[in-house]
Design a protein around this ligand. Sequence first.
Ligand SMILES: *C/C=C(C)/C=C/C=C(C)/C=C/C1=C(C)CCCC1(C)C
Length: 264
Amino acid sequence: MLLELPALTPAQYSLVSNLFSLAVAAMLASVIFFIAARSKVAPTYRLVPLISAIVVAVAGYHYFRLFHAWEQAYALNQSLGTYQPTGDLYDDAYRSVDWLLTVPLLLVQFVLVLDLPRTESRAVAAKLATAGALMIILGYPGAASRNAEFFGWKGLWGVAGTLPFIYVLFVLFARLDDVVRTESQNVATLLRNARLLLLVTWGFYPVAYMIPMFYPGHPAETPRLVTALQGGYVVADILAKAGFGLLLYHVARRKSVEDGFTDL
Ligand SMILES: *C/C=C(C)/C=C/C=C(C)/C=C/C1=C(C)CCCC1(C)C
């Protein structure tokens, strides 16, 4: 999204700056946690925290770039007392690239923690990863365009991207539910929570995509909306990547213990 940025109050500008900084810190700390966590799970599950580490590393890098772009895009105007856009590009496309890499990995991770028979595991993981990538690719033309009409370019790509999203949710909540049921009560609850966390946090992204459709003109460029959206992405990203990874780590840890694994 090439936002044409509005002037922001110092409070709005620094809220977003601070949240970007928080995102970088949270993602980097999570990399260390997930790498260290690998030895706490049985070898069968080691790929699960490793994928989390990769996901948060990729996200941390992109937040670093976004943070930098954000700082370049604004300058404090002393006489007005507001942050004015400098004209430098603030390119949200970093986000789409980030999603294209992290969304398939997050989905593969969920399949891996189930420890299905190998051929089944591969088939489900491949389908979910493909659908996840397709969702991001199809949504991109609508996100990058300045068109905000539902019955137009944005709506068309939004609907197209929603179809693979529905497929992903169908696989997670319906098709894989039989597998979730066969797990111990503790593991099943953790898996259900992980699925729910995915639904709630991933739901933010299509909502953020749609917001401009509900306002005439270019409301994505109003100061409050820009602040809320950029901040909302930070919260959603930390929960959907590090939070989701933490839940799956607990699944892997518990299943390892149930299988008789001990790290002592
Ligand atoms: C870490 C980043 C994550 C989990 C990003 C998730 C992104 C989505 C769930 C995006 C969904 C979209 C649609 C369902 C419709 C088309 C527009 C998108 C790409 C925003």
